[in-house]
Design a binder for this molecule. Structure first.
Ligand SMILES: *Cc1c(COP(=O)(O)O)cnc(C)c1O
Length: 380
């Protein structure tokens, strides 16, 4: 489908092309010094001690879960209004995801009160997800975690560059996980990063990323090492030099592109309030600075969402839904624990949410066009 206004679009230019070409010319494609340099720059940008680049955001989440020692029988509290990978990463370790309701229709993030209500002897960790790059209530969540001796993993896939109380999101909990998938704010195609200030978690993640081996092919190529031991049951979750080289260029553009997203979001919010007062717009005046990853709206109860999205499609505008609650998916419904789920706020919002186009190469004119189409879609 050739959308007039797609849901998201990529800001790639000559710099990315040149970066990739230089890797091809160097003939070293697998993880090496460019990946190392991307990690250093990402750590510096986030003001965090360690950044470990991996194959994708899901791998970062999985390694975070392994690093904190999750095992069968453990429980991890997380929102259901997130991408399925957030919960899958927990299940890969044999631990059980326990879904908590979200705050409200103005804050689609996990509710600290709901978290507290679910804590028991088996609870080992809280996995937050900063929806759209808007910060969870980290002050309260970290306080709860401390009181109950729980780890906190941040799924910061939406949130590179987001800030709360002078700290980058992803650096407040024990481990933060980023994704560089093609529709995110910083794009390498597939790619991800785990960040942490904890030396032990970092060294475990580094080892687990590459088969649990003590040296890399790169180290042996450089003559730094001849052999290796295998000290842990690891994975192949490495990034490669091509993706890392794109990541380095994209990281340089991140603040500028996030600023454009923020400006477009302000325009959306103003126009939606003026022209579509029956639509609920979450995260207006939300604490902190958001990466403005996506633009969610909540339709009035009486509007049929499928018809509305069809109407938008008829106007050449791609929309999406973030997200169907995870426990409603077939692969989750069959888990015994899930028969009991009823998260009223999550279910209400998940049934009304529509995501509008938002990307750094979008024009103000296009934002106006989208909001006008929303207005017409409500009166049809
Ligand atoms: C994209 C995304 C992921 C997964 O990242 P991949 O790089 O696609 O594996 C995890 N959680 C959330 C909230 C995401 O949006």
């Amino acid at each position: 489908m050739d959308w007039q206004i797609p849901l998201s679009d990529i800001d790639f230019g000559q710099e990315e092309e040149e970066a990739v070409q230089s890797i091809l010319q160097s003939k070293w494609l697998t993880m090496g010094e460019v990946s190392r340099s991307f990690e250093e720059e990402f750590a510096e940008y986030n003001q965090v001690k360690h950044a470990i680049a991996v194959a994708n955001g899901t791998a970062a989440l999985h390694l975070a879960c392994v690093a904190i020692g999750l095992k069968p029988g453990d429980e991890v509290i997380l929102p259901a209004l997130t991408f399925v990978a957030t919960a899958n990463a927990i299940r890969y370790t044999g631990a059980t995801p326990v879904f908590a309701d979200i705050e409200s229709q103005s804050d689609l993030n996990i509710s600290p009160e709901a978290i507290e209500g679910l804590i028991n002897d088996k609870t080992k960790a809280i996995m937050v997800m900063h929806y759209g790059g808007y910060a969870c209530d980290m002050k309260r969540i970290m306080e709860i975690a401390k009181r109950h001796n729980l780890f906190v993993i941040e799924d910061a896939a939406h949130a590179p560059g987001s800030v709360l109380d002078k700290k980058k999101l992803g650096t407040i909990g024990d481990i933060g996980c980023f994704s560089f998938f093609s529709n995110k704010n910083l794009i390498t195609g597939e790619g991800g990063m785990a960040v942490t200030d904890n030396d032990e978690f970092a060294s475990r993640i580094v080892t687990l990323r590459s088969h649990g081996m003590t040296t890399l092919t790169w180290d042996r190529h450089k003559g730094h090492a001849w052999s290796y031991d295998v000290v842990d049951l690891g994975f192949n979750y490495r990034i490669d030099e091509i993706r890392a080289s794109i990541g380095k260029v994209q990281l340089k553009k991140l603040d500028t592109n996030n600023a454009i997203r923020q400006e477009l979001t302000r325009l959306y919010h103003r126009l939606l309030r003026e022209l579509t007062p029956t639509v609920t717009v979450p995260f207006i005046d939300h604490p902190g600075k958001s990466s403005c990853h996506i633009l969610p709206i909540l339709l009035p109860e009486e509007i049929n969402r499928n018809e509305f999205m069809d109407h938008m499609k008829g106007n050449g505008i791609q929309t999406s839904i973030h997200y169907p609650p995870i426990y409603q998916f077939k692969a989750y419904k069959d888990l015994p624990i899930n028969s009991k789920y009823q998260l009223p706020i999550t279910e209400n919002i998940a049934s009304r949410e529509v995501t509008l186009p938002l990307y750094p190469t979008q024009t103000k004119q296009q934002v106006k066009y989208v909001v006008n189409a929303v207005r017409k879609g409500l009166t049809n």
